[in-house]
Design a protein around this ligand. Structure first.
Ligand code: NI
Length: 262
């Protein structure tokens, strides 16, 4: 059995002391592909470096809504840097992200968030890449941008799927993949089963969002890609399928959206 963790952050300082060790253990435990996702210029550069060092690590670059500078001028500068990273057309660059809107953590710069989101979708389109979307408490504006303001030609992924029926419905209609993370295993996430049932098998991905959001039974501890099995397990229970089947389907889906050949 093999697993594909579609979203992790191995640049994070929480891995500072034992990064190489953790990454080796991940590979040893059947997680044979993963994407180290950027969220700032620095994180994106680091992710690229990891992809050079490890054959099974791919990467994405982008600026997340929670890592934006204060002003529009500064944002343009950062976007230039992201473009420089992206324009090298590294063969392991598989997406632009994570990008999007987050009105939970940041409500005072909504216009800057929208600008950053739209500009990075344009970049993804130029490079023929999918996008990795971070959307929190911003369903209406996220969908409005994707539907009416700046379409993403290669579509992409709603990462760490917010368990919001409306968002999932619209995302599926628009052709996006839904990536499930730790919260679906939490005992207090009431509608996880319902949302998992809503997503057809050919649109499901699994991720850890390491080092955050460890699933049960490791909730509260530092997360790493080995825990992606618990996400697959939860989905297999709800879909009444085997773990092997879910592992295989999500692996194939990830290869497809990231355009990775087998
Ligand atoms: Ni993330």
């Amino acid at each position: 059995m093999e697993f594909f963790d579609s979203h992790a952050h191995y640049n994070d300082e929480k891995f500072e002391i034992d990064r190489d060790e953790v990454i080796s253990s991940v590979k040893a435990e059947e997680i044979t592909r993963l994407v180290s996702v950027g969220y700032s210029v620095e994180a994106s550069k680091f992710a690229e470096k990891l992809s050079n060092k490890y054959e099974f690590i791919y990467y994405s670059c982008g600026i997340s809504p929670n890592d934006l500078p204060q002003t529009e001028d500064e944002l343009w500068k950062k976007l230039e840097e992201i473009k420089k990273i992206a324009n090298q057309k590294h063969k392991k660059l598989v997406a632009i992200g994570e990008i999007g809107l987050d009105y939970y953590w940041n409500k005072e710069n909504m216009n800057l968030q929208k600008l950053a989101f739209i500009e990075q979708i344009k970049l993804a389109n130029e490079l023929e890449l999918p996008i990795i979307i971070h959307s929190r408490e911003a369903v209406v504006d996220t969908i409005d941008i994707l539907k009416n303001k700046q379409e993403s030609i290669n579509k992409g992924i709603f990462h760490c799927c917010p368990l919001n029926r409306e968002l999932v419905k619209e995302a599926l209609k628009l052709g996006y993949y839904i990536s499930f993370a730790g919260p679906i295993t939490f005992k207090n996430s009431k509608n996880a089963d319902e949302i998992i049932k809503m997503v057809p098998l050919d649109r499901i991905l699994i991720e850890t969002d390491s080092p955050y959001l460890s699933p049960e039974p490791n909730r509260g501890k530092r997360n790493d890609s080995r825990n992606v099995k618990y996400i697959a397990q939860k989905i297999s229970q709800v879909k009444e399928m085997t773990l092997e089947e879910i592992a295989k389907i999500t692996y194939e889906n990830a290869n497809k959206v990231f355009k990775i050949e087998n």
